[in-house]
Structure formats: structure tokens, C-alpha cells
Design a binder for this molecule. Structure first.
Ligand code: FAD
Length: 501
């Protein structure tokens, strides 16, 4: 009999079953395990729990008689119920914990990972070759573009430049509430979603699991068919406008021209190669300008791939990094996504987006939510856990580098050259969120001082010594000496404390 193949809940696309030398056998029976312990352990966003369960059950429905779908307390129990002690194969899972588990099970053969562009061994060789030099995302990205012949004209980057970021950092257009991009794809719920909603309601009633955030109509694809429709909608109608305002924020237009494809990629419903190839096709057939297409390819072939590689490269104890010695617990209003308690319009808006949808784009994540946590010295491990639980696209591999490294600078600069945080003037320049806010981005002390402006200077002051020695932050630190109201500002920062700003 053919060896059964086990699919984790983030291995749901056809490429995880495609037969190959190191893949499952053609027509191998499939096992999918819905382990309740995952939901008992963490208080996930309701929309995320719904999406993951819906996607797993949609995959099971597609596979029909080929799949044994087991609902159990743990993965171990589920596997036993599905195949007893018969051998199974599984593709390399996406977290250290899951890899430890499958390696500890004698009956399981672990096959190489799928769903990424660069094999782990090739990245390892690339990193080794660089010796003691810092690993730079830009170098990695260019290497991936060459290796995969992405957006290349022979040996040169298409259009003559590798990096078109200078065209992609514009503030939002003046005097508009929305970018006016065509609407993103919205899935329709079906009977599987109804069953999932019913189960989650029951789990909550019976105390099996507790959730955070609001339930609502499912917004993200749960099947390959839906994910392909979302990709098509994006590349045909929205990609052209992706680039210029990639970093901008508009209160009434949370999605702008972003793709909303992260959850589909991370569930394994889409392969990154098909996403970047379709984007390149759009450019080659004059349907989207190069800056937008390069920006999108950079996000997927550059950032996403790099983050995946760094997760394994840095190892499991990376999660315990805490170079800045931040230990404050997250306050309840943040944990509960209580946006209504927050006065600062930018933070209230981002927190409400998370509460209502489990998603915001990268700038609210980095420069509003993450930046606030960093300025207030919240424990990076708890911040990582919060992001992981509250975002529909959050998984261990993608959270650790993005939150521990990029957002909280807890690794002391292994991933980025400086901490990402700013005062209110950045938010004011890149969004319409300061208009109508009770605070003033230019004021750093006093009752109307913007909490981000106060927090920024207080953060620089707290880590003055370390940041003075970093050429990218030294000048900002020198600015502290010119502040006549530093004492008043630090008082204001203390007064803000844990309360919602
Ligand atoms: P787009 O803006 O349309 O970008 C296209 C794609 O690029 C995304 O779908 C995503 O797959 C990929 N991408 C871009 N940047 C990154 C990155 N830094 N890491 C990984 N993929 C990237 N992304 C996640 O997928 N899961 C997360 O849990 C996650 N947490 C984040 C936490 C913080 C603090 C920050 C700063 C970023 C995080 N990101 C995460 C990256 C990024 O914010 C999201 O991928 C993006 O906002 C998802 O929306 P989108 O699909 O519309 O992305």
C-alpha cells in the first residue's frame, strides 16, 4: 500500500501533493489533523481561527475519499487515529516546534519544505559564502532575482535598476479619503463556513477555546479556487497602483492597493512563484508599470523569502532575544484590541482594523502597533505572541523575524540596522490620520503632545548610550541635547504609562 502523506494546515495548495523524487507518492492517501490543542493554547483572533479551519475543511472536501480528516486533541492522537503506527511522509513543517514533533515520531519521514523559492540548503550556502559580512536583504533579493530569472533582461534587472523604492514611498495623495483602487476580491461564505462558525461558537460556550477580535463575514480565501480568483483580481486590476503609495495610510481606506494575499500564501494555497510570475507578465504586457511590479516582486521574492530563511538561520532561541531589556507586560486595552478606549486617532484606527479584520498593511503593523510597543518597552516575546494570535497571516516563521527583529529590534540589529520607530511627524506625512486627532504631532510635551512624538524621544533617551553608537541613530540621539523640555517630556511619557493614549 502507498505510504500516506500528512498535510499540515498551512500546506493546502496542490504543490504540496505534486509527485516528485522527494514528494508523496502519486495518489498517496492524505491525512489532515485538526488538533484542538492548538486553539486551547492560544487566544487567536476569531477571524483567524475561522480562516484556518475553513481552509483545512475546504481542502478536505476537495480531496474527497483520498483524505482521512481527523479531529482530535493533539497531533499525536490524530496521527494514531488516522494511520495507527503505519509510516507517513510529511513536508518539512513551518515552525521549530512542529519540526521537533514530526522528527520525534518514528513513523514519520520528513521531506524537504515546499512553498518557497529557495531551498534551505541553498540559502545556507549563500550565507556561508558571505562569511562574517552582514546578511543584507537587498543582496539576497538580487540573488533570488538572478537565480529565478525574475524581472531580468539578460544579466541586468529589467528597466536597468534593481530597486525602485524611490518611486514607491509617496505619501497619500492630498485631499482624498481613498486611493480609489478597484475593490479587492471578497470570497462568498458557504456551508463549510457555517459549520466552522457553529463549531467555534460551541467551543467558546464549552470553554474549549477563547478568542479575541470580532467575528464577521470571512474576508480571505479559504480554497485554491478562491485564492486564484484573488490573485487574478489583484494582478489584473490592482497591481498597477500597488507601488507609489505602498507605505501610505488612509483612515477610510485600510487596504489601498495592497494585495491581501499574505494569508493565502501562508496557508500554502498559492505558490510565491506563480504570484511573482503573474506580476511580471502584467508588466511585460503593459498592464502594470515597472515600479509597482518591482515593489510587489520585492515583497514576495525579497522580504517574504528572506524572512522564511532567517527564521531557520537564526534558530529557535532567536525568540528569546531581548537586546533592549524590555520586560513590560502588554496592557489589557491592547491585548483586548479595545480600539474604542484609545484617543490617538492613528493607533485607534489600526487597532480597530485588527479587531474587525485580523489584518492591517505593513506600515500600521510596523510604525503604529509595533512602534508603540517598542517605545513603551513591552516584552518582545509577548508582542510577538500578540501579533501571531491577532493576524490572519501570522505564523511562527513569519512573526519571529518581523516582530523580534524588524519591529522590536530585540535582536540588537541582526536583521535591521536600526530600530523602526518615529514621532508623530512621520505618521502625519504618510497618512491622513493626524487630521482631527486630539493630539498634535509636532508637540512632544504638554496635554496635547502626540504620544508617538513623546514616546520617540523617551525611547531615544532610555537607550541613549546604545543608539549613540549606531551611525544610523547617532544624529537623532544628538537631537536630545537640543530639547529644552526634555524633563517635561519624560514626565509626560511617565504619565502616559500603560493607559490607552
Ligand atoms: P502586500 O503589501 O500586498 O505585499 C505582498 C506580499 O509580500 C504579502 O502578501 C506577503 O506575502 C509578502 N511580504 C511583504 N513583506 C513581508 C514580510 N516582511 N514578511 C513576510 N512576507 C512579506 N506578513 C505575514 O505574512 N505574516 C505576518 O504575520 C506578518 N507579520 C508582520 C509583523 C510586523 C510587525 C511587520 C512589520 C510585518 C509583518 N508582515 C507579516 C509583513 C507584511 O506586513 C504583511 O505580509 C502584509 O501586510 C500582508 O498584506 P498584503 O498581503 O496585502 O501584503
Amino acid at each position: 500500500m502507498t505510504t500516506a502523506h500528512w498535510l499540515f494546515g498551512d500546506q493546502l495548495g496542490p504543490h504540496f501533493l505534486a509527485p516528485a523524487a522527494e514528494g508523496p507518492g502519486r495518489d498517496a492517501p492524505v491525512v489532515i489533523i485538526e488538533a484542538r490543542s492548538v486553539f486551547r493554547r492560544r487566544r487567536f483572533h476569531r477571524a483567524k481561527a475561522h480562516l484556518v479551519l475553513s481552509a483545512m475543511r475546504h481542502r478536505a472536501a476537495e480531496l474527497g475519499d483520498r483524505v482521512r480528516y481527523v479531529r482530535s486533541e493533539t497531533y499525536r492522537e490524530g496521527l494514531r487515529e488516522a494511520v495507527g503506527d503505519a509510516p507517513v511522509t510529511v513536508h518539512h513543517p513551518t515552525s521549530h516546534a512542529a519540526l521537533r514533533l514530526v522528527r520525534s515520531l518514528e513513523q514519520v519521514t520528513v521531506l524537504p519544505p515546499r512553498g518557497f523559492l529557495v531551498p534551505l540548503t541553498e540559502f545556507h550556502a549563500w550565507a556561508e559564502e558571505r562569511g562574517t559580512r552582514r546578511l543584507r536583504q537587498e543582496d539576497f533579493y538580487r540573488w533570488v532575482r538572478r537565480e529565478h530569472d525574475l524581472l531580468m533582461d539578460g544579466d541586468d534587472p529589467a528597466g536597468g535598476h534593481w530597486n525602485l523604492d524611490h518611486d514607491n514611498r509617496e505619501p497619500p495623495p492630498a485631499r482624498v479619503d481613498t486611493l480609489g483602487a478597484p475593490a479587492p476580491y471578497r470570497p462568498r461564505e458557504d456551508a463549510i463556513d457555517e459549520e466552522v462558525r457553529h463549531d467555534l461558537d460551541r467551543w467558546e460556550r464549552e470553554g474549549v477555546a477563547r478568542f479575541v477580535g470580532r467575528d464577521g463575514h470571512r474576508r480571505f480565501p479559504a480554497s485554491r479556487r478562491e485564492a486564484l480568483a484573488a490573485l487574478r483580481r489583484f494582478t489584473e486590476h490592482r497591481l498597477a497602483g500597488f507601488g507609489p503609495h505602498e507605505d501610505a495610510m488612509l483612515a477610510a481606506d485600510p487596504v489601498m492597493s495592497h494585495s491581501l494575499l499574505s494569508s493565502s500564501l501562508n496557508l500554502g494555497l498559492l505558490h510565491p512563484l506563480e504570484c511573482v510570475e503573474r506580476a511580471e507578465d502584467a508588466w511585460r504586457s503593459d498592464k502594470a508599470p515597472l515600479n509597482s511590479v518591482e515593489g510587489f516582486v520585492r515583497q514576495i521574492a525579497g522580504w517574504r523569502e528572506y524572512v522564511w530563511q532567517l527564521y531557520w538561520h537564526f534558530g529557535d532561541d532567536y525568540r528569546d532575544s531581548n537586546a533592549l531589556g524590555h520586560h513590560a507586560p502588554l496592557p489589557d486595552w491592547f491585548l483586548e484590541l479595545d480600539a474604542d478606549a484609545v484617543t490617538a486617532r492613528c493607533l485607534a484606527t489600526a487597532l480597530a482594523q485588527v479587531r474587525d479584520t485580523g489584518w492591517t498593511h505593513h506600515i500600521p503593523r510596523l510604525m503604529l502597533l509595533g512602534s508603540y510597543a517598542l517605545q513603551h518597552g513591552w516584552d518582545p516575546r509577548a508582542v510577538t505572541d500578540w501579533f501571531h494570535r491577532c493576524f490572519v497571516d501570522g505564523y511562527d516563521w513569519v512573526m519571529l523575524p518581523n516582530v523580534v527583529g524588524m519591529s522590536q529590534y530585540a535582536d540588537g540589529g541582526r536583521m535591521t540596522t536600526k530600530p523602526y520607530t518615529s514621532g508623530g511627524s512621520y505618521v502625519n506625512r504618510m497618512s491622513d490620520l493626524c487630521a482631527g486627532c486630539a493630539y498634535r504631532p509636532t508637540e512632544r510635551s504638554g496635554d496635547r503632545a502626540c504620544p508617538y512624538t513623546t514616546g520617540y524621544w523617551a525611547f531615544l533617551h532610555r537607550h541613549r548610550e546604545r543608539l549613540a553608537g549606531n551611525h544610523r541613530t547617532a544624529q537623532a540621539v544628538r537631537g536630545l541635547d537640543r530639547l529644552a523640555d526634555l524633563d517635561e517630556l519624560l514626565c509626560r511619557a511617565r504619565d502616559l504609562g500603560d493607559a490607552p493614549p
